[in-house]
Structures are given as C-alpha cells and as structure tokens.
Design a protein around this ligand. Structure first.
Ligand SMILES: Cc1ncc(COP(=O)(O)O)c(C=O)c1O
Length: 407
C-alpha cells in the first residue's frame, strides 16, 4: 500500500515521490542530517529551562507544559496520524502525548464536555473510559447516551442519539469483543448533526487505521499497547487536525499536570521504528491463530475482524491496513477457559495487549465487560506461530479430560 508522502520534507527527505508507510515510520525518528550529531534524539530531563528576560516566544520554559522529547514523539505520531481525507484533501495531524491511555481519554472528555453536554458512548467500549463518564462526568452534569453494542449496524443505532449531542465516542475494533463499525459513515452522520467524533484507536494503532482520515475529530490511543509494544511503559496520545482542539488538549495537559516522563517518551520513540515489523508479525500470527481456533470444536466463537466470517470484515478491510494483534475467542464455559489458560504454556496470563510476547486472559475475571465467562482475549506476539498454535492445540486437546462432566 502506498501513501502520499506530503511530510517527506519534514522528514528530511528531498523527494516527494511517495513512500510506503513502513518506510515513513522506520525513518520518522531520524534527526536531520548534521555531521557528527546523533541519529536519533535522546531524552531531555528538565523541569525549568533557561528563561532569562521575556519568556514570550520561548520554545521551552517549564517541563509540565512542554519537553523536547515530547515534541519529538509528537512529531513522529503526527506523521503516522496524517493522511488524506475522503475528499482528497491532505492534512497534517498534530499529536499531544499523555502519561497513559486513560489520561489521553480523559483529556478529550475534559477538553470538550461541560455540564449539560451529551456524549454518545458504546456499551462495548473500553470499560474504564465508560466508568469515567458514567461516574465523574455524569456527576458533573454530563449526560451519557449509551449505545448497546456498536458494530456493523452502528449507524442506525447512533443516528437517533446524535440530536443535540456534543461528542460521539467510537472504538473500532472494540476491546475485547472486536466489534467493527464504519468510522467514515458515523463521522459523516455526526458532522451533519454538529457532533464531534472521537475514536479510541488503541487496538490497530495509527499504522493500522487512521481515524482522522476517516473523518473523526480526535484519534486517541493507549500507546501502552502495540505502539510501544514492549509491555514496560504506559503512555497515550490524542491526535487532531484542528488547531483549536489542539490548544484545548495542550491546555488540559498543562492544567491537570499528569504528564508523561521524558524517559517514557524516549522509550516509546525507540519502539516506533520497529512498529511496522511488529504489526506485520503479530497481525499475521493473530490471523493464523484465529483461523486455527475457528476450526476447533471446543471454541464457541472467534472474534477477529481479519476473519472473512467476522460480521465486520468488509468494513474492517476497507478502513484498516492491519487487523490488529488481538483475537478474542469463547470457550464453552468459565471452567474450560481457566483450564485452557492453565494448560497453555506460551499464552502468558496477563492483561493488556499489543506486546511482543503472546498474552491471554479470561476477560470476565475483571468484571468490567458484559462478556461470557469463557471469553478469552489473546494478544498475538512475535513468537513462531507454529509454536503458538501447537501450544494452543495441546491445551485444547487437554480440555475434555480436564473438564470431564463439566460441559
Ligand atoms: C481500548 C483501550 N483504550 C484505552 C485504554 C487505557 O490505556 P492505559 O492503560 O494506557 O491507560 C486501554 C487499556 O487497556 C484500552 O484497551
């Protein structure tokens, strides 16, 4: 797949012929060519910066408001989030980094929602975001209109709820049920109704799906997941096309002050050039595993948008370049899921997803999602897929014996 390289100049390239996305990303963290300087920017640790005299026009004055390592990460994220709208107009995205995915989510809510405002939210979106809206923001006078389960029929469900709303929240594919909705169609309906659109783009990353190009106003991600991919840091970002929204997000970050450390920003930057490689491998592994699971009688259903049988596959194939590393699947009972996870040696039991090592968990154990007791959310890592499948096969094969009389 080829992308327009309208940011080539900023990347230090002197040609505009069009680079493949992976090339853009791999080369995005390089510093400008200055002989004898480092090829990538290191972390800058600073609370105050030198600020003699009039501070107006200073690039950096105090570390809660700005930091050169954030600037670098935000530039690179901006490259990834930039694209071309349906009408052919190219846009430059601006990103703002936060201390976690939830800090990024909160910044969008905080920047746009005021008492009396209405927000339309899917019941199958990330549960901590829903809890934040249903708890604090509702108590502060924000009205939440909940869509039961947003998927391929989202447009019919959402359209009647947009009247008088301020914000539409979308998560596609949704965590953990992997529902897919048509972001472009929903964004067009919201725009017609004067409603802002925010997409939680955590599972695919900006490399797998570009919400701003599909018409959304905010692209949000927990970069704790696939973007950083090592499972050792938390961070998040919000990307926008609009300068006014950018200012509001930056104000929110400075006023609330729960900022990303320069070390974490740098570690994320360090992970980005391997993102194309990691996505290529983890998504291929996820698809192979989903296909394997779909053929097993112990598995009641497999939820992966890369499968042609997934109800959202056509939409996903249209709006995504990678289907993501997360595969959810349902065994026939909680006991079966627990026995399977105990038996599987290569599915490290842990929450989160998007890392280089394969992880899995029985999702209902956290209590936040309305999912069956046997639902397992698995995140495919970068191991050899043959080993992962062999391990899952032996774990499934062990089930009838382990669960004699229970199913
Ligand atoms: C879809 C989604 N959005 C947001 C978040 C919050 O991210 P973080 O844990 O980095 O705060 C998560 C975390 O699991 C998530 O899965």
């Amino acid at each position: 797949m080829r992308f327009v390289s309208f940011k080539a100049a900023r990347l230090g390239m002197d040609w505009e012929g069009g680079m493949r996305e992976s090339t853009r990303v791999v080369r995005s963290t390089l510093t400008p060519v200055v002989a004898g300087t480092s090829m990538s920017a290191g972390p800058v640790f600073a609370a105050p910066f030198h600020a003699p005299g009039d501070p107006a026009g200073l690039a950096y004055s105090y570390g809660r408001a700005h930091n050169p390592t954030w600037t670098e990460l935000e530039r690179v994220l901006g490259v990834m989030e930039s694209g071309v709208l349906a009408d052919g107009g190219a846009y430059d995205a601006q990103a703002v980094v936060f201390a976690s995915g939830m800090a990024a989510v909160t910044a969008v809510f905080g920047a746009v929602l005021r008492p009396g405002d209405v927000v339309v939210v899917p019941a199958n979106s990330y549960y901590t975001a829903r809890n934040l809206l249903g708890g604090y923001f509702t108590e502060m006078g924000v009205v939440v209109r909940t869509v039961p389960r947003m998927g391929v029929n989202a447009l019919e469900q959402v359209t009647p709820l947009l009247e008088g709303a301020r914000l539409l929240w979308i998560e596609s594919p949704s965590n953990p049920t992997m529902d897919v909705c048509d972001i472009a169609a929903l964004s067009a309906a919201a725009r017609a109704a004067g409603v802002l659109v925010a997409v939680d783009n955590t599972t695919p990353t900006a490399l797998g799906q570009r919400p701003l190009a599909l018409g959304a106003d905010f692209s949000i991600a927990s970069d704790t997941k696939s973007l950083s991919g090592q499972g050792d840091i938390l961070l998040g970002h919000v990307a926008v096309r609009d300068a006014e929204l950018l200012t509001k997000l930056m104000q929110w970050r400075n006023l609330t002050g729960g900022i990303l450390g320069p070390m974490e920003a740098w570690l994320a930057l360090r992970s980005i050039p391997t993102l194309p490689l990691r996505l290529e491998k983890t998504c291929a592994n996820a698809l192979a595993i989903a296909e394997f699971l779909a053929g097993r009688s112990e598995v009641a259903q497999v939820l992966y948008p890369g499968l042609k049988t997934h109800p959202g596959h056509t939409i996903a194939a249209r709006q995504m370049t990678y289907f993501g590393a997360v595969v959810s699947f349902e065994l026939k009972s909680q006991v079966a899921a627990e026995a399977f996870l105990a038996k599987a040696e290569l599915l490290t039991e842990a929450t989160s997803f998007g890392g280089v090592t394969t992880t899995a968990e029985r999702r209902a154990k956290w209590g936040g999602d309305a999912v069956a007791g046997g639902l397992i959310r698995m995140s495919a890592g970068c191991e050899a897929v043959e080993d992962l499948i062999a391990d899952m096969a032996q774990a499934l094969n062990s089930l009838p014996q382990a669960l004699d009389g229970l199913r």
